[in-house]
Design a protein around this ligand. Sequence first.
Ligand code: PLP
Ligand code: COI
Length: 361
Amino acid sequence: MTTPTIELKPSSSPLSDAEREAILANPGFGRHFTDHMVIIRWTEGRGWHDGELVPYGPLSLDPATNVLHYAQEIFEGLKAYRRPDGSVASFRPDANARRFQRSAHRLGMPELPVETFIEACDVLVRQDEAWVPAHGGEASLYLRPFMIATEVGLGVRPANEYLFVVIASPAGPYFPGGVKPVSIWASEDRVRAVPGGMGDAKTGGNYAASLLAQAEAAAKGCDQVCYLDAVEHKWVEELGGMNLYFVYGNKIVTPTLSGSILEGITRDSLLQVARDLGYEAEEARVSIDQWQQDTENGSLTEVFACGTAAVITPVGTVKSARGEWQQSGGQPGEVTMKLREALLAIQTGKAEDVHGWMHEL
Ligand code: PLP
Ligand code: COI
């Protein structure tokens, strides 16, 4: 695999300090973007080439560009944090780079070398470092690397040209209102992904497939949809953009990877962080019936969702065709909050990085 260099062509008109500070005071999620982006091209026979850091701006695409018709697209999400000493570090970019390669493989796309993925993120964060929110809160700089098929034509086959792009967005809480339990609609008819499909790849199509169910959940007064497996419609998989954890006293359990679940990096990190804190942590199949029964008999003490954008978010109310129930009295649970604090402490540089997860610029 070729590893291109990234040529720096910085913007001559970045936002002023005052404009940027006004955005950083209340960034929201995914609403504002930094001054630059990195792009790298791939062409059949040539490999990766023409890496550039350029001013953030629109991409110009022919209407017959492959991705617009057949959705050959993948993306990632990771965060860079300001540390107590003012330096900046990103969380497990190597894990995102490897997942990006797995997604590329599943979508018939070329695999970007891990070191190029990390370098592209680093170049952008270094250039736009002033956009990384201050240490002290939970805000961070969210990085969104993605790749699209750019060959022009309507033939249905893997494209012979691709564009890899990294953009960055300052991020406050994904759910406005701080750490507030989310309500969940457990959908027994709509599925997100099927065995042999691409549920374990991070590709836009999976999110498109989730939007109608998400709108239906909102109509039922719920914040998020929980998807069940596509065959028996009984095994809990994940939410549209987060994995799930069940807390049984001192043990946390997350659904076993089924091929149709996205292998979350937060999910994986929490298996370790929980063990570090003295909890048991395991992967197991959990059915929607078990979820309801174990809540009712008191053995299932808390449920939480986790992901890069959402960090750790407690689950409050659960609604499904079989009824409605509440987790931990609709309040954030104690184990949920301990894990949340421990993970954020590592990410923001307050706690020692014993697993070598933080990547310094
Ligand atoms: N599941 C889905 C469908 C997601 O979109 C995400 C978010 O990236 C996750 C799980 C959590 O993954 P990670 O912890 O790597 O962000
Ligand atoms: C993330 O947590 O990075 C995600 O991709 C979830 C969502 C914003 C799609």
